[in-house]
Ligand binder design. Structure first.
Ligand SMILES: *[C@@H]1O[C@H](CO)[C@@H](O)[C@H](O)[C@H]1NC(C)=O
Ligand SMILES: *[C@@H]1O[C@H](CO)[C@@H](O)[C@H](O)[C@H]1NC(C)=O
Ligand SMILES: *[C@@H]1O[C@H](CO)[C@@H](O)[C@H](O)[C@H]1NC(C)=O
Ligand SMILES: *[C@@H]1O[C@H](CO)[C@@H](O)[C@H](O)[C@H]1NC(C)=O
Ligand SMILES: *[C@@H]1O[C@H](CO)[C@@H](O)[C@H](O)[C@H]1NC(C)=O
Ligand SMILES: CC(=O)N[C@H]1CO[C@H](CO)[C@@H](O)[C@@H]1O
Length: 909
């Protein structure tokens, strides 16, 4: 079946994890025929143009090309097998858009050459070629697909995550592997937790985007040929070539156009934008309670408290440790938080302990775990020891998952969580020597031995008796009455009734038969395997995850669907949260991601380390998620996860983290404690930064709302707003938080200085309101101690600020507004404010625009959500950058009393 020499060549290639170009050069490519053109696109047959080369599998004889002009700025190009059997991402997981337009209305143009087949995508108005496959033959084999595009030398490319590499990608000798992986330490040049096969290319003539919907493992290589020609090349382990080209022409438009295909980010509840505290290693409820108490004593706002897997009984999902986190005490912690307008979140992992306990037993009964071909559950090893893994394709999974959530997270007698954290969903499987037939020996040490139980530590004023040392005369009334419960609860029967019937997939797209689903001959550079000598016995693809030859209930295999495992868990968990609190927008943070996961969950950047390099890297990875992959609710583990942080690093990160959409302090089990109150300078830095974040919370909320409605990024890399300024194209240590606030943290250890690049524009210092005239040069900020973070206001963007910060977002929502109006050189500014109840779907809302020019403020828009807070201060900032008619007095504060419930025009003389 295989070419005799191919195995040897493939093995040689696999060692270096680079395609065997000498062998691929022999491939015949395809020839196009039967071309049928319509108003909205074309179809053609592609036939193998010569003898099969069978380099990494069998060449497919006949392919179908389908080109659809979907919108003026979006072109769909799909190449698949004629038999319609090759694996494709199921419509039920990733619904495709069905738009079409007449081809002549498109800003993009598709052209092709028949023999050998190749195609180009160009801009219709200028003929500029954006994508051009003519350099090499298309290779479409049973277990390997190769497509290469020529590019201009040293292109500006962004995306292709998840990675921790620079925001602007390297263009020479660069290989990006997309294969979801539990990647402790988030090293550069490695595949991390998610797969995001989309990139933006920026040229002086504009930006465009390319999205390949393909969930197979792949290497994307960006390199030059020996003759110096630049290319980008997809090497996938299967699937079809399902491309969308987005015309932009601005980077913001590219990502908005991408959101029309991949989906819009979830709109988090208002409280979700508050500060979150978590750690792996709160050993019991007392520890948790004490940390909550210590935050309030230190007067550092904490909106949401989290517990990691510590709360579980022997690390089993949907259980609590009866000694360390007894249910009654957990409920008291949650009640306490709720009474104080705070929130609670815990972690849930996908793997279920393979042992006699109800969640496992119910799963077995419902037949929802992944199985071997012989019908037995596939066993791996995760925190709880030997474990089984939910099959998100199984018919009963929604009912099972909803039911487990309804039971364990029941507001009446369970853990009444407000949001959810899902982890280990690549899925992660601890090393078990392949083929993992003896998981028990690999599970030695899991679950780990828990720490000793403590007695109540010391008096915590305001907490229920249970949290006080024995003998304390505490106030039992601190317990809240049953009638105060705020959460609507629904019965399990109602849950079940609410479950939507699972859509049946057709028999197509399930994947070719007779493939080697464990050891494909092309070896992607999977981090878990490539460090060692390539060896079939080591299971390169399956290393540290579920075996890739395991089938799903719909007839597909993990080989093809692995990269979507976490996304499918996000979706199931979203449904489960919705079922237990109908009508409220769920907050979920997930480690693994794939295009469309943003519709259900946000993302934290995984297990980085507490060091300066990771502090810097957190910015670029966050920018890629928020501004390219449409994952608006993203942030890093503030102060770092693994290893011991330092006072200086934590103080800096407390401030930087305040400008991540998702702001959470989290660290590891054995690491030094890093709650912000542990050091005075860190507490100071956190208080300052949280105060600023909270005053700006409605501005962020408005940005998140916009992201969820039209894909506008909530954060902007510099090049998104100053696209014509070449100096911005590679910047990834400073960024815009919303459209108007430039964040420029100090990024070096032991430094109090940062050089900020300021494009040619008018800015104002956030703290002093002094105008700063950007000239396309670097400006040095000195004397920035660890409690300070340079912030600049971009002229022209009106920011609604709360007059004061607050301890919780509930309290914050009662504060009046100040309108900060930083004028452009021409004396104008504009802004927006979105308001609603902060957590409901389909609720009354206001979407207000502010327009300032010639001394007149016009407030217009929709006013559906009525609020008491009013605008009580207007602060107008005026610059002298462009004109000399402004004197030193460039700031004007005016007391006003303007309603946010109606349109108005106010004149300031
Ligand atoms: C890039 O090309 C060079 C020269 O052809 C080659 O040596 C190198 O291995 C290639 N790198 C990758 C990642 O393909
Ligand atoms: C809370 O603060 C007290 C007093 O500083 C300290 O002894 C205790 O360890 C702290 N506990 C936690 C969980 O932060
Ligand atoms: C299926 O295979 C596994 C691994 O070899 C084995 O442990 C299990 O007992 C088998 N199940 C059946 C039903 O034969
Ligand atoms: C997984 O990869 C690691 C190297 O990253 C290697 O040490 C280990 O032997 C591999 N295990 C299996 C089961 O392939
Ligand atoms: C940092 O500087 C500010 C302003 O000068 C000062 O108030 C603060 O105490 C300093 N903090 C530290 C930790 O040095
Ligand atoms: C475990 C791990 O990958 N650690 C890496 C964390 O990051 C530092 C600095 O980037 C690397 O040197 C470590 O190897």
């Amino acid at each position: 079946m295989r070419h005799w020499k191919s195995s040897a060549l493939a093995l040689a290639a696999a060692v270096s994890a680079i395609p065997n170009y000498a062998a691929l050069d022999e491939c015949p490519g395809y020839v196009a025929s039967d071309v049928t053109t319509s108003d909205t696109g074309l179809t053609a047959r592609l036939s193998l143009a010569g003898d099969a080369c069978n380099v990494y599998g069998d060449d497919l004889q006949d392919l179908i090309l389908e080109v659809t002009y979907e919108t003026a700025n979006r072109l769909h190009v799909k190449i698949q097998d004629e038999g319609n059997e090759v694996y494709q991402v199921a419509e039920s997981v990733f619904p495709r858009p069905s738009d079409t337009i007449p081809s002549e209305e498109s800003n993009l143009r598709f052209d092709y050459t028949e023999d050998p087949f190749s195609f180009t995508v160009s801009r219709a108005d200028t003929d500029e070629v954006l994508f051009d496959t003519s350099g090499t033959a298309l290779v479409f084999e049973s277990q390997y697909v190769r497509l290469r595009t020529n590019l201009p030398l040293d292109p500006n490319l962004y995306g292709l995550g998840e990675h921790s590499d620079p925001f602007r990608l390297r263009t020479n000798n660069y290989l990006r592997t997309l294969w979801n992986q539990d990647s402790y330490g988030i090293p550069t040049d490695a595949n991390l937790y998610g797969a995001q096969p989309v990139y933006i290319e920026h040229r002086a003539t504009g930006s465009h985007g390319v999205f390949l919907l393909n969930s197979n493992g792949m290497d994307v290589i960006i390199n030059r040929t020996s003759s110096g020609d630049q290319f980008l090349e997809y090497n996938t382990l299967g699937g079809v070539l399902d491309f969308w080209f987005m015309a932009g022409p601005s980077p913001v438009e590219v990502t908005q156009q991408y959101s029309e295909v991949a989906g819009l980010p979830v709109f988090p509840p208002y409280w979700g934008l508050g500060f979150h505290q978590c750690r792996y290693g709160y050993r019991d409820t007392f520890d948790t309670a004490e940390a909550i108490y210590n935050y309030s004593r230190a007067d550092i706002p904490v909106e949401t408290f989290w517990n990691d897997i510590d709360y579980m009984d022997r690390r089993r999902v949907f259980t609590n440790d009866p000694d360390r986190f007894p249910m009654e005490q957990m409920r008291q912690v949650v009640d306490y938080l709720h009474e104080h307008d705070q929130h609670y979140i815990v972690m849930v992992d996908p793997a279920v302990a393979y042992t006699d306990y109800p969640p496992a037993n119910r799963g077995m009964e419902s037949d929802i775990f992944l199985k071997r071909s012989n019908g037995s559950e596939w066993l791996g090893v995760v925190w709880a020891g030997v474990s089984v893994f939910p099959d998100w394709f199984s018919g009963g999974i929604t009912e099972y998952w909803n039911n487990e959530f309804a039971l364990f997270f029941n507001a009446e007698d369970g853990v009444d969580i407000d949001g959810l954290w899902i982890d280990m969903n690549e899925p992660s499987n601890f090393p078990c020597f392949f083929p993992c037939d003896d998981p028990w020996s690999a599970a030695v040490g899991y679950p780990p031995t828990p720490r000793p139980i403590r007695t109540p530590p010391r008096q915590l004023p305001g907490w229920p008796c249970e949290f006080q040392p024995p003998g304390t005369d505490c106030d039992a009334s601190a317990k809240r009455s049953e009638s105060e419960k705020r959460t609507p609860t629904i019965s399990v029967e109602e849950q079940r009734a609410a479950v939507l019937p699972k859509r049946q997939d057709s028999g197509e797209w399930k994947g070719l038969e007779d493939r080697d689903l464990l050891y494909p001959e092309y070896a992607i550079r999977n981090r878990a395997a490539y460090r060692t000598e390539w060896n079939a016995a080591q299971g390169g693809l399956s290393n540290k995850t579920v075996n890739t030859n395991i089938g799903n209930a719909d007839g597909t295999f993990q080989y093809d669907t692995h990269n979507m495992y976490g996304t499918m868990m996000s979706r199931a968990s979203y449904d489960a949260l919705l079922a237990r609190r109908p009508g409220l927008r769920p907050l979920i943070i997930s480690r693994s991601s794939f295009p469309s996961s943003q519709k259900y969950s946000g993302h934290w950047l995984g297990d980085n380390l507490s060091n300066w390099d990771h502090y810097r890297k957190s910015i670029r990875t966050m920018l890629a998620f928020t501004s390219i992959y449409q994952n608006a609710m993203t942030g890093s583990d503030t102060c770092g996860f693994g290893g011991d942080t330092t006072e200086q690093l934590c103080a800096r990160w407390a401030a930087l983290g305040a400008f991540n959409p998702f702001y959470r302090n989290h660290n590891s089990y054995n690491s030094r404690s890093q709650e912000f109150y542990r050091w005075e300078s860190v507490a100071q830095s956190a208080r300052n930064a949280i105060r600023i974040r909270y005053r700006l919370l409605d501005y962020l909320y408005t940005a998140m709302y916009k992201a969820s409605t039209d894909g506008t990024p909530p954060l902007y890399p510099m090049m998104y707003l100053y696209t014509d300024d070449r100096a911005t194209w590679s910047l990834d240590l400073q960024f815009f938080y919303g459209p108007g606030l430039l964040v420029a943290p100090v990024t070096q250890q032991d430094s109090t200085t940062v050089d900020v690049y300021l494009p040619n524009d008018v800015f104002y210092d956030w703290y002093t309101h002094q105008p700063i005239c950007g000239t396309g040069a670097t400006r040095r900020y000195t004397g920035q101690n660890t409690t300070m973070i340079p912030l600049l206001i971009r002229s022209g963007v009106i920011m609604p600020l709360r007059e004061q910060s607050a301890y919780t977002t509930t309290e914050l929502r009662t504060r009046d507004f100040e309108l900060l109006i930083p004028l452009r050189a021409d004396g104008t500014a504009r802004g927006e404010l979105y308001l609603d109840d902060g957590e409901s779907f389909d609720t009354a809302f206001s979407l207000i625009t502010f327009d300032y020019s010639n001394g007149e403020l016009v407030i217009e828009g929709e006013f559906g959500y009525e609020i008491d807070p009013r605008i009580t201060t207007i602060t107008v900032l005026r610059s002298s950058c462009a004109s000399s008619d402004v004197d030193g007095n460039s700031e004007r504060r005016i007391s006003v009393d303007i309603s946010l419930n109606e349109a108005s025009t106010t004149r300031f003389d």
